[in-house]
Design a protein around this ligand. Structure first.
Ligand code: AHG
Ligand code: MN
Ligand code: MN
Ligand code: MN
Length: 324
């Protein structure tokens, strides 16, 4: 598909390529893109319409909710509810399953409505991460937690929006990974990064250096090797931004278990699984300390997992140390 194609046209073309496709997933992707345009607008005006700062509330994660966390959560929930393709969703910002009231919906969505909240007030890139499953409970019945705990390999689509120097939507439906840059003047996402393949090797590593002393020995050994090879250390503190840079340039992102987060900080269903799906479709790898992220068995909605994700050669070096 030529660069310059709109997201709408791209979705339609891809749908036509699959005889069995009935258009619901296409519509769901459009619904997500609509919410992304609205959140893009609010992220870009946050400082002007008093959308920075905290709500004075905590979410189920024990984090202080930022106003934009809540705004993004509302916008994506509303778009997915009104779109008619989703029977339920889970969000980082909500403890329990959010039922749309439409039990005819074939899909469920797990979403991190705003990733990198600590960066909102200082005008650093933030993002949204989403993961889509076909429901396993019968259509017409109320969805259950079982629809969300199918495991990473059952995702039918996954993606993210990065609200950065430009706003880009990157997603996969299990084939290619494609990036669409938002053109404000047209109000359209335009294909700018067709068929993204991550470099097989890289010289960028991303982790929160402040936690290094609490990392397991194999991780510390790996980071010492990165420093000895004079790799570049780049850590933005927004997973989506760090992931996107490494995806395009080649690199590795690590969020190991720490004393504060002994199971890792990142959430399996709406951070680790979707990015692992994207990474693997782009030729990269994603593991925890004990195997592939997509193989991790989900036990509960806001489950956390360690995440090591990036260029295959760098990941292979890390895996050897973890297995030693
Ligand atoms: P969220 O803002 O959705 O809660 O995610 C924050 C995550 C991720 O975006 C980022 O890479 C990581 O937390 C940063 O954690 P530290 O501040 O502990 O490094
Ligand atoms: Mn958070
Ligand atoms: Mn996040
Ligand atoms: Mn978040």
């Amino acid at each position: 598909m030529p660069v310059g194609t709109t997201l709408d046209r791209y979705i339609m073309q891809r749908q036509l390529a699959f005889a069995y496709a009935t258009g619901e997933l296409s519509q769901l992707l459009r619904d997500l893109a609509l919410a992304a345009k609205i959140v893009h607008r609010e992220v870009n005006r946050a400082g002007l319409i008093d959308l920075t700062g905290g709500m004075g509330l905590q979410n189920v994660q024990g984090e202080s909710q930022q106003k934009l966390d809540v705004v993004a959560d509302i916008r994506f929930r509303r778009a997915l509810t009104n779109g008619g393709e989703v029977c339920a969703l889970i969000s980082e910002e909500e403890e329990d399953i959010i039922y749309t009231g439409n039990n005819q919906g074939k899909y469920v969505v797990a979403i991190d409505p705003l990733d990198g909240s600590s960066n909102i007030d200082v005008n650093v890139s933030i993002g949204t991460i989403f993961s889509i499953y076909r429901r396993v409970t019968p259509i017409g019945t109320a969805p259950t937690v079982e629809d969300f705990l199918q495991g990473g390999h059952e995702q039918v689509a996954a993606g993210y929006i990065l609200y950065g120097s430009s706003t880009i939507l990157v997603y996969t439906t299990g084939h290619s990974v494609d990036g669409f840059t938002y053109d404000n003047s047209l109000g359209e996402f335009i294909l700018s990064h067709p068929d993204i393949k991550t470099p097989t090797d890289g010289a960028i590593y991303s982790c929160n250096d402040g936690n290094v002393d609490t990392y397991e020995p194999a991780i510390q050994t790996y980071l010492t090797m990165c420093r000895r090879k004079e790799y570049t250390a780049r850590y933005i503190g927004s997973l989506v931004a760090d992931f996107h840079r490494n995806l395009l340039k080649g690199g590795i992102y690590l969020y190991p278990p720490t004393s504060k987060n002994p199971d890792g900080k990142l959430r399996l269903l709406y951070e680790c699984y979707p990015l692992a799906f994207l990474a693997e479709r782009a030729g990269g790898k994603a593991i925890t300390s004990s195997g592939s992220v997509l193989d991790v068995q989900p036990q509960y909605l806001h489950q956390r997992a360690p995440l090591y994700i990036g260029a295959p050669s760098m990941m292979n070096e890390l895996t050897q140390l973890l297995r030693a």
